[in-house]
Design a protein around this ligand. Sequence first.
Ligand SMILES: Cc1cc2nc3c(=O)[nH]c(=O)nc-3n(C[C@H](O)[C@H](O)[C@H](O)COP(=O)(O)OP(=O)(O)OC[C@H]3O[C@@H](n4cnc5c(N)ncnc54)[C@H](O)[C@@H]3O)c2cc1C
Ligand SMILES: NC(=O)c1ccc[n+]([C@@H]2O[C@H](COP(=O)([O-])OP(=O)(O)OC[C@H]3O[C@@H](n4cnc5c(N)ncnc54)[C@H](OP(=O)(O)O)[C@@H]3O)[C@@H](O)[C@H]2O)c1
Ligand SMILES: Cc1cc2nc3c(=O)[nH]c(=O)nc-3n(C[C@H](O)[C@H](O)[C@H](O)COP(=O)(O)O)c2cc1C
Length: 581
Amino acid sequence: MMMIPHIPEDAPFNSDQRAWLSGFMAGLNSRLIAGESIASAPAAEAAQTIHILYGTQTGNSENLAMDAAASAKNLGMAPEVRGLDDIDMGALATMRHVVIVTSTYGEGEMPDNAQLFWEALSAETAPRLENLKFAVLALGDTGYDGFCQAGKLIDTRLEQLGATRITARLDCDIDFEDAAAAWFGETLPLAAEKPVAAATPTVAPAPSREATGWSRKNPYSSTMAVNRCLSGPASSKEIRHFEFDLGDSGLAYEAGDALGVMPVNDPALVDLLIARLGSSNETEVGGSSLGVLLSTQYEISTPSRDLIAEIERRASHEELSHVVRNGDKEALDAFLWSQDSLDLISLIPEGSLSATEFVSFLKPLQHRAYSISSSPKEAEGQVHLTVASVRYHAANRDRGGICSTYMADRVAEGATAGIFVSPNKAFRVPGNDDAPMIMVGPGTGIAPFRAFLQERRARGAKGRNWLFFGDQRRDSDFIYEDELSTMSRDGLLTRLDLAFSRDQDAKIYVQTRMKENGKALFSWLQDGASFYVCGDASRMARDVDAALGEIIAEHGGMTPEKAGDYLASMKRDKRYLRDVY
Ligand SMILES: Cc1cc2nc3c(=O)[nH]c(=O)nc-3n(C[C@H](O)[C@H](O)[C@H](O)COP(=O)(O)OP(=O)(O)OC[C@H]3O[C@@H](n4cnc5c(N)ncnc54)[C@H](O)[C@@H]3O)c2cc1C
Ligand SMILES: NC(=O)c1ccc[n+]([C@@H]2O[C@H](COP(=O)([O-])OP(=O)(O)OC[C@H]3O[C@@H](n4cnc5c(N)ncnc54)[C@H](OP(=O)(O)O)[C@@H]3O)[C@@H](O)[C@H]2O)c1
Ligand SMILES: Cc1cc2nc3c(=O)[nH]c(=O)nc-3n(C[C@H](O)[C@H](O)[C@H](O)COP(=O)(O)O)c2cc1C
């Protein structure tokens, strides 16, 4: 008689799974002993649902959620992937197995699409979740103070509400891909109620994402077709327009996506660092030359936390020691403002830090993200960017932001740079071509709105379009003036309101114009307009949010609380969308 063997000792099951499987096999064996045919066993049960929820600003968490879903499917589960903004507490209370992937934004804050979820989860009225098993994967960047704070908060709160962890939270730094894949490889089988058919050890990109193969780790070498300055000679800023050719890369994007650009460090700074270390370009560190490592592999401008700590330990620098040791973030930020790695190693005796030691304290050089300023429907085969060059002078040295000045100064027309598309699926023109659209984008914040307007023109969308734009001075900073004027003349731009902050004594900002036109703005919202904001996060987007609340309260005749509810429902309906940095 055929018998099912025992489970081998080294089979990859935890104790619960092993117990269930033993019971299952014992039952099967007793049915075989009783002469029952296995073929007559009951039909297979429905696959176990696993909810994979993401909180994201720029798509990394969503991409990981999609990859994890593909793996969960391979394991025989039924994954359901949703953004956290789609989940209310009633729905959460019915879920049994949840994996949450979330990034952190702003200064230790939730990404936009997780804000309402977090408000509800952290409220006193949140339901008990004793029936929920969960795991949290947190994405972040150790360069920020609130490292993975959003994931940490959600993880702790779920536990407080009685939910049980499937596995410990993983906090990922900017190089998250491998660690996240390994974590999913362990977590998904553990989330299974019953042993899974075949555990996949790693998570591969979901089929829908691996189409072109170009990514942060494998950027496409694109030719710079146009590199020109948009701001006038009298401007105190330098905003540039770049056009990259997509060639035969197969790279595709949509208006609203961002482009990742892989920078190369400034050779002048590399030389100064090597000289200060008392080394040479050819000095070998871990099998590579120091010159190559400092040019292309490591962040040498913004000092890493490890480097700051090491220099503080070695240098007798009263102010640095004071700001590092008393944990005052603002004082440390103020001390570090405009200081790069060279400034820091200049605080210790020349040659006292070896090249190998120095490199060991650095973080990997990262791409920079830029909101794409073209629609592929008009800029066929190209992707356009609108970038402010970061330039300043400190301690007798001209300094530059790594990526913005790399593109401005060292990627001439005809030269190449490594790029990849970073989709931002939440940031799109309204799906309904007839719906009105309000865009607030001062400075480089205009980038995605140039793309949105091109997109609507190419689609022949009839919806009304209103743009609030501004910068320092009309004479020198009215970038894309010709294009915007044409769009106004042609009726594509129904309204264009401009705010030049330094053309008069008192500052005029985009929110000044919004308030002046509050009645019309509220009526557009009532007509179903989507409201978009792009540009500076810490000052502009915060003040625009406050102004919007005031306008809704005043012109909708609402209390501030009701206006808050109105804004919350716009966020839930994905009609209040931001791309801020
Ligand atoms: C989703 C997203 C979209 C974005 N879209 C755009 C866009 O469309 N256009 C755009 O221009 N940018 C955009 N950015 C910002 C962009 O990614 C970079 O952060 C920016 O170009 C600066 O990068 P950098 O490498 O040139 O500078 P870094 O080398 O990263 O240096 C920046 C640092 O320099 C220091 N610094 C800057 N100015 C000064 C100063 N005056 N004095 C002293 N120190 C200073 C600060 O420490 C600052 O953090 C976007 C960012 C995100 C996340
Ligand atoms: N953290 C900082 O201190 C700082 C400073 C500058 C730029 N940045 C960053 O530099 C990048 C590029 O900046 P950008 O060229 O796009 O433009 P920007 O520096 O944001 O300036 C665009 C316009 O916004 C105005 N502005 C300043 N504060 C504002 C507020 N609270 N509300 C509304 N408008 C405000 C500016 O006016 P005024 O400049 O006349 O006030 C200017 O007219 C962004 O990443 C931005 O975040 C940061
Ligand atoms: C403007 C900005 C602010 C950020 N703030 C934080 C932060 O406070 N803490 C943190 O750990 N990571 C922070 N990050 C890093 C992001 O969480 C990280 O890049 C993450 O991979 C983004 O994932 P997402 O695309 O799913 O939003 C910030 C990134 C940006 C661009």
